[in-house]
Design a protein around this ligand. Sequence first.
Ligand code: AVI
Length: 322
Amino acid sequence: MLVHAIPASPTYEFAADVRAGLTKPGQKELPSKYLYDEVGSALFEVISRLPEYGLTRADERLLRRHADEIVDRVPGPVAVAELGSGSGKKTRWVLEALCRRQRTSYYPVEISRSALAMCERELSDIDAVTVVGFEREYLDGLLEVAACRKPGQHLFVLFLGSTIGNFDRPAGAEFLGEVRRILQTGDSLLLGADLEKPAAQLRAAYDDELGVTAAFNLNLLARANRELDADFDLSQFAHVATINARARSVEMHLQSRRRQTVSIPVAEVVVEFFEGETIWTESCHKYSAEEIVRTARNAGFACAAQWIDDQWPFAENLLIAQ
Ligand code: AVI
């Protein structure tokens, strides 16, 4: 796979974000994108196989069952861009269906180099697909992909796995608007979104019995130790998943088990924690099926079709740029 890489020095950005998030007045926080280093991406792969976490399997089931139908409704010929490809496993169904109709250029856009490498390994056996990876933030990558399109070619953008849920609602709506501005009329976006479900089911999904999600969350502190020379004592922080009923989200936090001081030399900061204080690390918003259609419409898309899984409430939404 050809990869457009960014110069490997994102440490200063991580350090700046850690410093800003942990010195913020009130609720301390760290951006969830830093959960996905090599270890975090591997742990997320395990999460997606846990019995309690049905989201990824629902996404994959819908794509497997409806790939032909989805592709039939996408105006073509197309090049495919995927925002946050992850391992690329579920993308296979869409690419195989497309390849029955045309040779396909596939552009995964990922900030995680290891996820891009996994994606290439997963998809390299599909003959009629050319994979060109972009190690970029989503919108930067999409802009570059859009610049490569051939005359008469539409873009088919995949934003799967309910990553939209990791934005707060206004930011999610704004993000869809940004994607629309990059696209041309008639281009399409396949948006996967996790739907609302009972609190007990959500609690189990984000605080599994084996402790994989806890390890995924704590790895953020381990990453700060590895990359920023921090001295977080992981045994003194607990993974907490809480339901925010008003925001209709699950929040992941890391809670300090005692009063403690942590120094983070590369970020040039020393941080005090009181007992019980938390670092907010991620939000996972859940949508209603109608809300997705409405939000998409406000962003300039028409929902051409929606498929909902029968085992785990999750919706695949085919949106056409108007
Ligand atoms: C990547 N994203 C859609 C996952 C989610 O469910 O919001 C991330 C995750 N966090 C904990 N478990 C999974």
